[in-house]
Ligand binder design. Sequence first.
Ligand code: ZN
Ligand code: ZN
Length: 679
Amino acid sequence: MFIKAVLANGQYRLLKWEENVQNPVGYRVLFRTKDGKGLTGIVVGSGEGKPQGEIISFPDKLPLVLPRSIELVKDLAYHYLEPLGKILWDFIPSIFDWYEEEVVSLAPRSFKGLDRKSLEIVEYLKKKKKVRYELLKKRFSSSHLRLLLEHKILIKKKEWIIPKIEEEIFKLNLPLEKALNKVRSEEKKELILYLYENPFATKEEMIKRGFKISHINDLVRRGILKKEKEYNIYTKNFSISHKRKILVRKKGNEIISGSFEFVLERVLKIAEKNAATGKNTLILVPNRDELFSLISHLSGELGDRIIEISSRISSKKLYKNWFKAYEKGYVFLGSFKAVLLPVMDLESIIFFNELSNTRFPVNNIDLRRVAYILSKKTGAELIFATPYYTLESFYLLGKKLFRKEEEKFKPNVHIVERKNEIITEDTFNFLKSIKEDKVLFVVLKQGYSYLYCPRCESVAECPECGTFLTYSKEKELIFCSNKKSHYRTQEKLCPSCGNRLEEMGFGIERAKETIERLFGKRDNFSFTTFPSWKESWEHVIILNADSVLSVPSYKSKEKFISLIALALRVAKKTLLIQTGLLSKDEKEILRRKNLEALYEKELKDRERNNLPPFSRLVVIESKHDISKILKEKVSENFGMIYDAKRNLWIYMLSAKSSNGILNKLRELKRKEKMKIILD
Ligand SMILES: [Zn+2]
Ligand SMILES: [Zn+2]
C-alpha cells in the first residue's frame, strides 16, 4: 500500500509499506528515501503513483496526532495561506523528528605510528565516542578524515538520531545489608534505603527527594549502585478505531476575567471537576512564565493529574506525557506545542491570558484562534481565563457567543495630566503620602532614553528596521529594541550622519534614577516595563501611558486599553495614570473604570474604517514591484510603501470574507514569490 506522509520540512512523500493497515492517518512513520536517507513523516492519507521511499517502521504505539488535528491544521493553512505540512510540524515538539545521519567512531585497533594531526582526531573521538560526520568535518579537514576512513582507522555508519527518550534508571548493585555497611553518611544510607524501596528510580526522582547528585555519582563509582538504560520505543499496534462521532457542544463558551487568584480558583474548579469525572482538560498558556507558575499552582492541588507539555522537561518525559493524552482524567498544560496533543474525552479547553502575546513566533498564528477552532472540532467548551477580554472577545460577547464571569476592578483611578516631566507634581505629592505600601512604577520603555540627532533633526532609528534606538546607561549600550542583532554599539553617534547624539525622553533606567533622587532607594518601590498578572501591588503608577497611544498603529488604542485593564487587576488600591493624550471624555470613562465604553467607541471607529475585526488586514512583502499584478488579479485598493533599507515592496490591503480577496491571493501565491502576513 502507498501512504502519503508529510515531512518536517513541509514536503510530502508517497511511501511504500508492505502490509495493509487500517487508518494510518496521524501515525508517525520512519522511512528511507530513494537515496538512502532515513527521515520521519506524519501520515496524512494514502495515495497512488510512484513511491518516493519505503517505510521502515511505525515507531509509536498510537497516532502522534488525531485526524481532527490534521483537520485543524487544514483550517489554519487555509486561514493563514501557509502550507499544511509546515504548520503541522511547526506545532510538533522537535523530539518527534528523528532522522538518520552518518556517525563516525574509532575502529577497535591500535593507533600507534599515526601522525600528529591524526592523533588529534583519534583523541577527540576517544573522548566523544561517536560524532556526527557533518560535525567532524567542521572541526577537522575532510581530506584528512577521508584518509583515516580509507585506512579503516575510523568507521562511518548510518545511525538514527533520536533524542534521549531513553532514561537512566538506578538500582542497588549489592544486597541491602552489604550496601549499607559500605557507607558512613546518613544521607547516603537514606539514598540506599530509598533505592531499595524504589528500584528503577530516575536521577530526576532522586533529586526531587532531596538527594545530592554527587552522592548518587559516588555510589555508582563505588559499585554500590548500578545505572541502566530504560528504552521505551513502542512498536506498532493498530488498535484505535476512528469512528466519526456527531459532535454535540455540551456547554457554551465562557470568559472568566479577574485577578490572578480569582481566575486561578475558577480554573482549578473546572479542572478538578473534569478530572474527578474522568474527563480531560487542556490548558493553553502562551506565556511561558505564566505556564510554569500555573503548573506549580495546580500541581499543589491536583498532583500527578497535571501533565506538562513543554521543552523544559526531559525528552523522555515529554514523549511519555504526549501519549498520556489517550488516558482519562488528566489536565494537560502547554503552550504552542500542545495544540496538536491527541487529547481524548476533552471536556474543556482553557485559554489562559488572552492579553498576553498570543502569536506563535514561528509562524505568526494566533493561539486564540487555534483554541477556538479546536473547541469546534472537539465539542469541548472553550474558556478564556484572562485578566480582561480583548477587543475581539468583547465583540464576540456582544454577539452572545460567550458568557462572562467578571471580577470587579478594585483600585481607584487617578488621571494626571503630563507634559514632558517624568514625575508630575500631582504624582510627586501622591508618592510623598505613601509610607509602606508597595508601589509599582510602569515605564513602557527599556533602557535610559531615546536618542536625538540635532543635525538630522530627528530621533535616531535602527538602520535595519526603523525602530527608534534605545540607549542604556547601565549597559553603556545603544541598541535596537526590536532585535538586538540589528544594531548594537557603544558609540553614541548618529547611524545616518555620524553626529553626536543627545538623550531624549525616558526609559525605565532614567525613571528609576529620578525617583531615587527624589525619594531615595526604597524597598517598597519596584519598576517594570510591563506589569505581570501574577503579582499585585497596593498602588500602580503608569508613568508614560502616551508611549502606547502615540504609536502610529490602528492597534494602539486597543493596546492602551489592555494595559489599563491589566494594571487595574494588579493594583489593589490605586491606579495612577500620567498622560497627555486623552480627551476629557476618555478620562472620565477611565475614572469610572468603564473599559467596555472605551471598547465600544473603538469598535465603532474600527467599523467605520473597515479595520479588524470587521475585515482582515493583509500585508504582502515582495522582492520586486508587484503592484500591476495585484491590481489585475486581486484588488485595486491597496497601500504601498517601498522599504529601501530592506529592499522590499510592502503592500497593505483589507480583506473581507465577502470580497474573495483571500482566494485571489491564495491563487496568486502559487505563482508569485511573496510573503503574506495576515492578522
Ligand atoms: Zn531594528
Ligand atoms: Zn544624524
